[in-house]
Design a protein around this ligand. Structure first.
Ligand code: SF4
Length: 199
């Protein structure tokens, strides 16, 4: 059997996300936010959940945190169009609260499928929620972002060898500008690493 193209597989997931009612978060959404970006990118950035602007637009990281992320990526020569960006949870939690564990458990099959299709060499969870899921999913145990950010954590993904590379969530920088320098240094380190792990 001829395998379906990535575009088709990712589009099928986006369609499934768009009509998903697996958890209560579907009740308040305007748009689900499956993710977007370069399907051939060696890096997938994973955030926590959509916010208000993302819910309105159906696109990830388009609010103030997204603008900060765009600028940070551009500073290290890694434009948004060259990465794939998504979230652990695809619908906005009310009032931008943190997603609950049952909501994460209901939703992460979509992220897991996306990662298996995209087969990136680098998965970069941004912030503690994404870190918790990604570290757990790939057997890296428990950690907090302040202790593990900016370093590669080697993993045998289901699709090959690679690394998990934790980053601060851009929204954290809106509340603590000191973290901007850390995010910049971490992204520089990730870009340097990409040069060595990209096919
Ligand atoms: S958050 Fe995920 S599991 Fe919940 S309704 Fe949205 S797509 Fe479905």
């Amino acid at each position: 059997m001829i395998p379906l193209p990535r575009e088709t597989l990712m589009s099928d997931i986006a369609n499934a996300v768009g009509v998903c009612e697996r958890c209560r978060l579907h009740e308040g959404r305007i748009n689900a936010v499956p993710g977007e970006g370069d399907l051939d990118s060696p890096v997938v950035l994973v955030g926590e959940a959509p916010g208000r602007r993302e819910d309105e637009s159906g696109r990830p990281f388009v609010g103030s945190a997204g603008k900060l992320l765009d600028a940070a990526l551009e500073q290290v020569g890694l434009t948004r169009s060259r990465v794939y960006i998504t979230n652990v949870v695809k619908c906005r939690p009310p009032g931008n609260r943190r997603p609950r564990s049952d909501e994460v458990a209901s939703c992460t099959l979509f992220l897991d499928e996306q990662l298996a299709i995209l087969a990136p060499r680098v998965v970069a969870p941004m912030g503690n929620s994404a870190l918790r899921h990604v570290f757990g999913r790939f057997g890296l145990g428990r950690a907090v972002i302040g202790e593990v950010h900016g370093r590669p954590h080697p993993v045998a993904f289901g699709w090959g060898e690679g690394v998990v590379f934790p980053l601060y969530h851009p929204a954290a920088i809106l509340y603590n500008r000191d973290l901007e320098t850390e995010l910049h240094a971490d992204l520089e380190a990730m870009v340097a690493l990409l040069g060595s792990v990209s096919p």
